[in-house]
Ligand binder design. Structure first.
Ligand code: NAD
Length: 229
């Protein structure tokens, strides 16, 4: 949980990929800060469990099971969120997948799926959400990229690295085009974060010689959303 005080009472947020890891931590942090939430995940059990837990702790969350690489399901998520909460102030796109494969053996389906979820899905979310935000006076969007898409190559993962490089480009261009319309778009680029899919390894790129935590990333995201006021 963030160790600084943020008050998002009266604010609303959509978090994709909120069933696990970073998205879950962001959802918990936003709820603790008072925001009303629409939470998405591809995994129906996860999103039901997370939504129930947040509501049991006094939060105000709805769950939406859907695939963010599908334009119609992104659109349905946004409409469901607006039906439940009215104006949407924030969208945090954490839905993402990683497949460790060397270039030489890269499977076409895995290549396409990583591009579809990590890049095309974020495009659908950014495009469809920002249209609504522009109409309603503004908002803030945060995309989860990775240091793998920017300065640090990883041992295996050409599909992942390419998708995250593309996501950084998508974020930069979206920020440029939408800034004058009062919609701020940022990307956060974590290195290795201690989540279920990441093995417990020391990160050679981290001077502290430890994995980052999901709360490290949630703190940064809340800060970026806070700046939208
Ligand atoms: P995670 O696997 O713990 O959680 C991702 C969630 O997204 C899962 O619950 C999964 O079911 C969901 N998801 C996958 N595909 C989806 C889809 N098409 N539609 C909706 N939901 C979908 O992952 P994480 O480690 O928390 O990573 C979150 C984001 O941060 C990802 O975009 C990832 O690439 C990025 N990231 C993670 C790390 C890390 O070390 N964990 C580092 C850099 C960037």
């Amino acid at each position: 949980m963030p160790n600084f005080v943020v008050d998002f009472t009266g604010k609303t947020a959509i978090v994709t990929g909120a069933g696990s890891g970073i998205g879950l931590a962001v959802a918990q942090a936003l709820s603790k800060a008072g925001a009303s939430l629409a939470l998405n995940d591809l995994n129906p059990d996860r999103i039901e469990r997370v939504t129930d837990a947040i509501n049991a702790e006094g939060g105000n969350a709805i769950g939406f099971h859907g695939d963010m690489s599908n334009r119609f399901q992104v659109s349905a998520l946004i409409e469901r969120a607006r039906d439940a909460h009215g104006k949407i102030d924030f969208m945090v796109n954490t839905a993402g997948i990683y497949k460790a494969q060397e270039m030489s053996g890269m499977d076409e389906w895995d290549w396409r799926r990583q591009i579809e979820v990590n890049l095309t899905g974020a495009f659908f979310c950014t495009q469809l959400m920002s249209r609504v935000m522009v109409d309603e006076g503004g908002g803030a969007i945060v995309n989860l990229a990775s240091t793998a898409g920017h300065p640090n190559p990883i041992d295996m993962g050409v599909g992942y690295v390419s998708s995250k490089s593309g996501l950084i480009g998508l974020t930069k261009q979206s920020a440029h085009e939408l800034a004058s319309k009062n919609v701020r778009v940022n990307a956060v680029c974590p290195a290795f974060i201690d989540t279920p899919d990441i093995p417990t390894i020391e990160n050679p790129n981290n001077a502290m010689q430890r994995l980052g935590t999901v709360d490290d990333i949630a703190n940064v995201i809340l800060f970026l959303l806070l700046l939208s006021f």
